[in-house]
Structure formats: C-alpha cells, structure tokens
Design a protein. Structure first.
Length: 254
C-alpha cells in the first residue's frame, strides 16, 4: 500500500469520526447523576462520649451513645436537556440500604439556584427513605444533601425513579468510560495494537531477502502503525467524552 493511499484512508477515517462526534454533540438528553462521600466525617465517638462532659440527644429525648457521622450526597443534571417537575414519571427516592444505620437528620444544604426550588421529605414516615422534589434542573443544576446518621462509617445510598427521556439515574462511582477514571485501559489497548502490528511486520520481513525491500516494507509498516494508533486515539477521545462524563459542577465542588 502506498503512502498516499494511507493518507487518503486516514482522512476518510477522520471524517467518519468527526461525523460521529457532531452527531453525538447534537443529541440533547436528560441525565441525573449523584455521588456521595466515600469517607464521611465522624462527629461523635462512642468511646470518647463516655468520658466527655457533654451529652447528645435525639429529638425524642433519648441519649445517643453510638458513633455519629455526617456526610454529603450531591445530585445534578449532567445532561443538556432540562429536567422539569412534569418530566418526573415516578418520584425520585433517596434510599439508605444499611439497616443498622439510623438517620437522625437529612436536609438540603446547598442548591445551584433558587429557581430550582429543591425540597426533601420523608417517604411513608420512614427515616431511611426520602422523596426528592424540585421545580426544574437545567444543565449543571442540582443540590447537596447533608445526612447525619448513627451507626457504622460506611453507608450506601441510591436515588431511584423514572425521568422522561432518561434511561437511568447514574451513580458517579459506577463510571466506566469516564476519562478521569480510566488509567490503564488506553495504554493496554495501544500496547496490544503495537504488538499485533509489530508481529505482522516481522512476519512479512522474514519472508523478504532483499535489503531494500525490507527497508521499504518496514517503513510502510511504521507509517501504518502510526496512522492506526492516531485514529484510535481520536476515536477513543470522542467516544469517552460522551460516556458517563459526570464531573462535579464547579458550584458543587467542595
């Protein structure tokens, strides 16, 4: 294959990738994303409270003697299309799945804009399930929920519900193709590509006895490898930008 043919094929490949990019860029979607602290802050130690000159009580007057933690859960619209109250087909429910945990207080402590009108209320008078409500969430809009609970340090939460035009509600820790969470994947892919192309090149070279032909064949193989890797890097970058790229909006960052 001649170099000019390789360049022609490369330009065609870039054109296809750009077409895919602009098509994906034009799609408007709704995407609610949430994340929570992997290491909540301990505000009361059950051992220290035994000798401390203070006591902590629940709303009903009973004393708290177990470990007490506070953590933050954030949620926001990561899509390009706004989520309005009428787009909620099934209520958005915040659940705590650890039965050994007793939630003492839950409240919204930060919102992106007042127009969002975020609110939180218990579901069925329970203290482990809450309904999230709002007027509208445009791109990047959302809120921070503070949870104070008694129990062990680790705790698991989910937000479930049905939003019109959204396939699912995503947990940020479930990201797979987020460029910020990928480390060894691309390197492994490129390594395998180089090994494959190198093996093919060596196989062809061993069949040629003429030194000039070996040099020409090797040169073409190197050019082909560079172009293939270049196209794959571009394709990976384009596709990864449209996966679960759920970075925290600037106003939600701590």
């Amino acid at each position: 294959m001649k170099v000019k043919d390789l360049i022609s094929y490369s330009l065609s490949g870039i054109s296809i990738i750009l077409a895919i990019y602009f098509y994906l860029e034009s799609i408007e979607n709704r995407e609610l994303v949430y994340s929570y602290d992997s290491s909540p802050t301990q505000i009361l130690d059950s051992e220290d409270i035994k000798t401390a000159p203070i006591k902590v009580f629940r709303d009903d007057g009973t004393e708290i003697t177990s470990d007490l933690y506070v953590e933050s859960l954030r949620f926001w619209n990561n899509g390009k299309k706004s989520i309005k109250k009428e787009n909620i087909l099934q209520p958005l429910i915040l659940n705590c799945y650890d039965t050994s945990t007793e939630i003492l207080d839950v409240r919204i402590i930060k919102t992106s804009r007042d127009i969002c009108d975020l609110s939180l209320k218990p579901r069925n008078n329970t203290n482990d399930s809450f309904i999230i409500d709002f007027h509208i969430l445009e791109k990047g809009d959302g809120g921070t929920i503070q949870v104070i609970y008694e129990g062990k340090r680790t705790n698991d939460y989910t937000i479930k519900g049905i939003i019109e035009g959204a396939k699912t509600i995503k947990n940020k820790k479930d990201e797979i193709f987020n460029p910020n969470t990928i480390s060894g994947g691309p390197i492994l892919l490129l390594t395998l590509i180089f090994i494959f192309i190198g093996s093919m090149a060596l196989n062809q070279i061993t069949k040629i006895k003429d030194a000039d032909k070996i040099s020409e064949k090797f040169g073409r193989t190197v050019v082909t490898a560079i172009l293939v890797v270049f196209l794959l890097v571009i394709l990976f970058s384009v596709l990864s930008s449209f996966m679960v790229n759920a970075n925290l909006p600037e106003w939600l960052s701590i």
